[in-house]
Design a binder for this molecule. Sequence first.
Ligand SMILES: [Zn+2]
Length: 198
Amino acid sequence: MTAALTPTVRRTVATGDGVISYELTRKRVKNLNLRVERDGSIRVSAPARVSLAHVNAFVAGRADFIRKAQARLRGEQARIETMPDVPEAMCRQRFQEVIDRLLPLLGGYRLPPVTLRLRTMKSRWGSCAWATGAVTLNRRLYFAPPECLEYVALHELCHLVVHDHSPRFHALMASLMPDWKARKARLERWNTGGETPN
Ligand SMILES: [Zn+2]
């Protein structure tokens, strides 16, 4: 944890492409750091010794990156808001079928009984509570290409065997689903609106 030297302050900088407003926090950090939050707001942390003019120039220099990130987040938000509501039972049936189809791939491992949970999430596709066997899948996957749903489901099921994202985990994924990277990439493309599901 780094302690803030001064409270967070709101700053603005004019760029050729309009005004950018951001929250600046002075921290015991080595470098300037800029983050676009999921709500589109911009946070910058900077070492105490760096002048405001320098911070402003840093932010203005990233105007293009910021605009693109904000546009992508707006697109994602719009997709969530316009997404038709899938009845819980339909979603559960479809996801459970995928899990039931994939589970035999892990037949050689001693696994807890898997229970499926559904959630609508903005920042992750799934999660796995490996101790209890609870696999949570994002309801948004219902609209994703089926191969992407399979990829996420298998990723979470593999966490029942290897809990972290170590080389062992990726070796397991690669052995069970050799094209997992392509499926992951397709999911990213679909999520950012570059592709419509089939
Ligand atoms: Zn994971």
